[in-house]
Design a protein around this ligand. Structure first.
Ligand code: UDP
Ligand code: MG
Length: 340
């Protein structure tokens, strides 16, 4: 375990005031996870039951096309505590997480994938961290050997780029798997933007945070929903949502190029004065023309990225739409008794 932000004074004050039996909400985004849900429920329940605190599940059905919703509904009817939030279509994991956080009632909230790649065995340590006064306890993937070398390499590049450009510190290799105090969840829910790049938002809200290293296992069943095109777009969303550096870069490029062309113009004038008019120069003209058109298109494209995002934010559309909420029984603790 390592301290990310110490915040010692605040942390101590919090540790003293923390309830011994907080209510825990488990927020689970699920998109076509029918194959793995029962494994997920049995693994998480066996861990949660040892905790002896009241808990509930908040499943978000992100427009699944398989039996995900039916299975969750059946389990809720069978006595699994919590609720199912059914979105009107597939909005993507980031939106599903926002929906789950909005419908969680717990004093502490754990965000966890349905595919058991986020080991539930870490939850007790996360709760311990919370009791020590940390507001966020996040899982840190120490070993990404279950990912391909390409995915690891590109992920590293992304974290490095993000952290050097954006003014917030996003821990590399921290996923969404984390425990958050109610205060942090409320802070996240107050952020108005439509672009829900959760890793960035998690980092932006701050609060004393603790890292819990873990080995990320393979997905238990079902198939992953990411591909490189999605990841690429995800990375662009992340970068443009948290830094305006790509816009500012053109200021410096422009100044450099302008300075260079002034120098070149001066040189040409002197040369014409000294040696007279010299017509050949088609190649250099062509090269300069192509080069600067390329630079201009690129910079306009980048500005376009931000304009498109302004457009999306300006529309003020909701991040997700809920079509139905199915309530199961209220939170229970390990002994199986109702908390309320
Ligand atoms: N997920 C979701 N909506 C989507 C894609 C994924 O709610 O559009 C959920 C999915 O059901 C799982 C979690 O997000 O619980 C992580 O998805 P996945 O395992 O595909 O991603 P990875 O583990 O590769 O990050
Ligand atoms: Mg997964």
């Amino acid at each position: 375990m390592q301290d990310q932000k110490d915040g010692h004074l605040y942390r101590q004050r919090r540790a003293e005031s923390r309830k011994s039996k907080p209510m825990l909400s488990l927020v689970v985004p699920a998109y076509n996870e029918a194959d793995v849900l029962d494994h997920f429920l049995s693994d998480t329940r066996s861990v949660l039951d040892t905790l002896e605190i009241p808990y509930e599940y908040v499943f978000v059905d992100d427009g699944s096309r398989d039996a995900t919703a039916d299975i969750i509904a059946a389990r809720l009817n069978g006595g699994v505590p919590g609720r199912l939030v059914g979105l009107s279509r597939n909005f993507g994991k980031e939106a599903a997480l926002s929906a789950g956080l909005a419908h969680a009632k717990g004093d502490i909230v754990v965000v966890i994938d349905a595919d058991l790649q986020d080991p539930p065995q870490l939850i007790p340590q996360m709760v311990d961290g919370w009791r020590q006064g940390y507001d966020v306890v996040y899982g840190l993937r120490v070993d990404r050997s279950s990912d391909t070398a390409l995915k690891r390499g590109t992920a590293n590049m992304f974290y490095r780029l993000f952290n050097s450009l954006a003014n917030i510190d996003m821990p590399a290799n921290a996923g969404d798997f984390r425990l958050m105090d109610r205060a942090v969840v409320d802070a996240l829910l107050k952020l108005p933007e439509r672009n829900r790049f959760m890793k960035g938002l998690f980092a932006w809200v701050g609060y004393p945070s603790m890292a819990l290293p873990y080995q990320r296992p393979e997905r238990r069943a079902g198939i992953g929903k990411w591909n490189y095109w999605k990841l690429w777009n995800f990375a662009i969303d992340g970068l443009t949502g948290f830094t305006t550096m790509p816009l500012r870069v053109w200021l410096y490029c422009g100044s450099l190029v302008a300075a260079g062309s002034f120098a070149y113009a001066a040189y040409l004038i002197i040369r014409v004065l000294a040696y007279g008019v010299d017509v050949p120069g088609y190649a250099s003209l062509m090269v300069a023309l192509l080069f600067f058109s390329g630079v201009q298109l690129l910079s306009i494209g980048m500005i376009g990225e931000y304009v498109a995002r302004l457009f999306n934010e300006a529309k003020q559309r909701p991040v997700y739409l809920v079509q139905d909420i199915l309530e199961g029984r209220s939170a229970i603790d390990g002994s199986g008794t109702d908390a309320e």
